[in-house]
Write a protein that binds this ligand. Structure first.
Ligand SMILES: Cc1cc2nc3c(=O)[nH]c(=O)nc-3n(C[C@H](O)[C@H](O)[C@H](O)COP(=O)(O)OP(=O)(O)OC[C@H]3O[C@@H](n4cnc5c(N)ncnc54)[C@H](O)[C@@H]3O)c2cc1C
Length: 228
């Protein structure tokens, strides 16, 4: 599986106009220039803020994104960012058995390049089997009164980092810019880089004045902030 980003929503402001207009409403308070707001003044105003580096003002708008098909290894890197709201698939509550047969895991490109795909898949299949076996053993032990442990909660200790994990992240524009800077960089890990470049492309289409100073590399595998 490959990671995918789906934009679920973003702040629109009371007029419903959109996140750029909301930032303009807030930002113009500083200059008491709300009277200068027209139908097409927001983009120019927000671009001016970006170029001056007044990033605190763009914090007024947020975007929520659902990530699917990312490994738990990748989502663990995402959740290290602290200025965000997170809701993630719970391995305590969800039954992850069958992750192998449901193709619910990630294969690093190096595994394919090294000719190790069959070997890798065989190990994942074994682990899937061991996870199910442990679930059954725990169920029996609970039934027999030997333990009060929870089945999925404890069987998950056998799960590999390769298993996919769904996650929804909401944060403000300033934090998204920070995340793109850190995670689309050529030195970032390949999987998080892949999905964050995809996310950045979507953000650039929807909110160009906030994100079009990131340049995506010709091979599409990384991006970098350009100097203005
Ligand atoms: C290429 C790469 C390699 C990495 N390798 C490792 C590794 O080997 N081991 C590891 O543990 N982690 C690693 N990380 C994760 C990294 O250490 C951070 O946990 C992660 O980048 C999120 O923190 P952040 O500072 O970027 O900012 P965020 O949490 O996204 O916060 C955004 C910004 O807000 C400000 N901020 C947030 N919280 C505070 C605070 N409490 N006090 C002051 N200012 C604050 C800072 O300016 C910060 O940059 C790596 C990250 C990258 C991008």
């Amino acid at each position: 599986m490959n990671g995918k980003a789906e934009i679920l929503g973003y702040s629109t402001g009371i007029t419903g106009a959109g996140p750029i207009q909301l930032i303009e409403q807030a930002g113009r308070t500083c200059y008491k220039s709300q009277g200068k707001i027209t139908n097409d003044s927001a983009a120019k105003f927000v671009l001016m803020l970006r170029k001056l580096g007044h990033e605190s003002v763009i914090e007024h708008s947020w975007v929520a994104v659902r990530f699917t098909g990312c490994s738990r290894a990748a989502t663990h890197q995402l959740v290290r960012h602290r200025l965000m709201a997170i809701s993630q698939e719970s391995q305590r509550y969800c039954d992850e058995s069958g992750f192998f047969f449901n193709n619910y895991y990630v294969v690093p490109p190096s595994i394919i390049e090294a000719g190790l795909l069959d070997w890798y898949r065989e190990r994942l299949k074994q682990i899937d089997g061991w996870y199910k076996e442990l679930q059954e053993k725990l169920k029996e032990a609970i039934k027999a009164g030997k333990t009060k442990g929870k089945v999925n909660e404890d069987a998950r200790f056998l799960l590999p980092n390769a298993v996919c994990s769904e996650i929804v992240i909401s944060c403000n524009f300033r934090e998204w810019r920070h995340i793109f800077k850190m995670r689309t960089d050529i030195h970032a890990q390949w999987e998080i880089r892949y999905v964050m470049v995809d996310t950045l492309k979507q953000f650039q289409k929807l909110f160009p004045v906030v994100f079009d100073d990131f340049k995506i590399a010709e091979d599409g595998k990384s991006a970098a902030l350009t100097k203005e």
